[in-house]
Design a protein around this ligand. Structure first.
Ligand SMILES: Cc1cc2nc3c(=O)[nH]c(=O)nc-3n(C[C@H](O)[C@H](O)[C@H](O)COP(=O)(O)OP(=O)(O)OC[C@H]3O[C@@H](n4cnc5c(N)ncnc54)[C@H](O)[C@@H]3O)c2cc1C
Ligand code: SF4
Length: 472
């Protein structure tokens, strides 16, 4: 434990942001890191509880009290080692994890949890800047070949673990670069892409072979993988977006959020967009869907210079503050306002869309109505919204079945995801495994990393009869 009285002496502190009016002029990250002294104080606030609820709240079971203590004691290199023992990519989670660990922190009972995510971010960035993060090639080669299909966080975590176990790993990715939704969904202002590149360079040095522009099920036959590799792990994500099939859906100006976000991420990195530009510049934008994807559309629209941004959500407005007696240490349902919302957005709840309206084939607005708690229309609440651009950000229903999943003839679960359990991660084909969003459905980066790590252990045990890789 850092300092027995730390939580009474020091207030919670998290990084501040560049002012909204300034940060919307660019696509870079805008958090201002804390000093080492301030971070030590934040580490000192950890009470090293008898039952560390944060440890259970974190999906990769990060050993949080230990690294809090090490940061307080200025032992950063050891803190990095403990952090990496459970999480391959703390620089991803330290930036974009919603931090369920902080919801579980005992100090959250009084609304001032330890700044766990801030400390995690600081430890790993210190590791990179000090040159402590190096390729790990310590294990002898096994001669076994594994194909990992899908280069998102699940595939990256699995590929790194399997290469470190000594296997020859090929990571197949249909896009030009790896990273999955970290690369092509999440905007640069939340996660700059050089953060993925430096980790990929480490993985390449560890022996992971990256095959980009390799679309399994389209340009590569899935059955070729079965014959060419000793095991195949699918980490292709949940890429089928939820649609809104109301009248006017085919009007020009109604787009899926991912089509819009991917284009902007490609522009920032200098990759060709390849299709007609979808831009919010000068437009009245309506984002349908109140989650992370919707918030990213709000932030991107403001950066592109939208005339106005409105976000509508079918769920009722959550309470500003949760009832801790009912929710703690679990993840509470409460109003979340992201930095993108603070940059300018009119948010409306309990709203459903009846139709898109247009003229000459182009969108001009939406017909909406308010709904009750059971999503039933409330008579007399109909209203119109003007819009030149609608972005559909209502989540993803399941993985794309055509090509990869159907090509391997895999069983699916009731929701259309690839069927596999969380012990063995094995699909209906004994040589094929599945992890991340392709198995669990749309989720979080930290869950993808957890599943990638656990599936890697299962694949290693399948190939070698046993595994020394951690399940955590
Ligand atoms: C806009 C947006 C914002 C988000 N923001 C957050 C956030 O702030 N915090 C958070 O924790 N989570 C966030 N999420 C969710 C998070 O990004 C995902 O849960 C996570 O990336 C899933 O990881 P994955 O590796 O399973 O799949 P993905 O990241 O989807 O990666 C799958 C990869 O497989 C590739 N692929 C698919 N099929 C094939 C094939 N047949 N052949 C070759 N390659 C293939 C894809 O191109 C992709 O690169 C967000 C999601 C979106 C869409
Ligand atoms: S990965 Fe997420 S839940 Fe785990 S310690 Fe980091 S911020 Fe918390």
């Amino acid at each position: 434990m850092g300092k027995p009285t730390g939580f009474k002496e020091f207030a919670r502190q998290t990084p501040s942001y560049e002012a909204a009016a300034e940060r919307v002029k660019h696509y870079r990250e805008f958090t201002k890191p804390l000093s080492s002294e301030d971070l030590a104080k934040q580490g000192a606030r950890c009470m090293d509880c008898g039952i560390p609820f944060c440890h259970q709240g974190c999906p990769v079971n990060n050993i949080i009290p230990d690294w809090n203590d090490l940061v307080y004691r200025n032992r950063w290199a050891e803190a990095l080692e403990v952090l990496h023992s459970t999480n391959n990519f703390p620089e991803f989670t330290g930036r974009i994890c919603p931090a369920p660990c902080e919801a579980s922190c005992t100090l959250n009972i009084t609304d001032d949890p330890v700044a766990i995510k801030t400390i995690e971010h600081a430890i790993v960035e210190r590791g990179w800047s000090e040159g402590w993060i190096k390729p790990d090639t310590s294990k002898p080669r096994t001669g076994k070949k594994v194909a990992v299909v899908g280069g998102g966080p699940a595939g990256m975590a699995a590929a790194q673990q399997l290469a470190r176990a000594g296997h020859a790993v090929v990571l197949f990715e249909k896009n030009a670069k790896v990273g999955g939704l970290l690369r092509y969904g999440i905007p640069d202002f939340k996660l700059e892409k050089s953060v993925i590149d430096r980790r990929m360079a480490q993985m390449a040095a560890e022996g992971v072979e990256l095959r980009a522009n390799a679309h399994v099920g389209v340009s590569i036959s899935p059955t070729e993988l079965l014959s060419g590799f000793d095991a195949v792990l699918l980490t292709g994500g949940s890429e089928k977006p939820r649609d809104l099939p109301v009248p006017g859906r085919d009007l020009a100006g109604v787009h899926f959020a991912m089509d819009f976000l991917t284009q902007q991420n490609r522009r920032v990195s200098g990759e060709a967009v390849g299709v007609a530009d979808i831009l919010a510049t000068g437009k009245k934008v309506v984002v349908i869907g109140g989650g992370d994807t919707g918030a990213d559309c709000v932030g991107t629209s403001n950066r592109q210079g939208a005339a106005s941004v409105t976000q509508i959500e079918i769920m009722a407005k959550p309470p500003e503050k949760e009832d801790k007696g009912l929710s703690w240490p679990l993840w509470p349902n409460r109003l979340r306002t992201s930095s993108s919302h603070d940059e300018g957005c009119d948010r409306r709840w309990s709203v459903s869309t009846a139709a898109f309206r247009g003229e000459n084939g182009r969108l001009t607005g939406l017909d909406c109505f308010q709904v009750d708690g059971k999503f039933q229309p409330i008579p007399g609440t109909e209203f119109k919204l003007e819009a030149d651009l609608v972005l559909l950000a209502m989540g993803f229903v399941h993985p794309v079945h055509e090509g990869l999943v159907d090509g391997l003839g895999l069983e699916r679960d009731g929701r259309g995801n690839v069927k596999a359990d969380t012990e063995a991660y094995r699909t209906s084909n004994p040589k094929v495994f599945a992890a991340g969003d392709i198995r669990r459905g749309q989720s979080l980066v930290v869950w993808a990393i957890r599943e990638g790590r656990q599936a890697a252990r299962s694949v290693d045990a399948f190939l070698m009869g046993r595994s020394d890789l951690p399940r955590q």
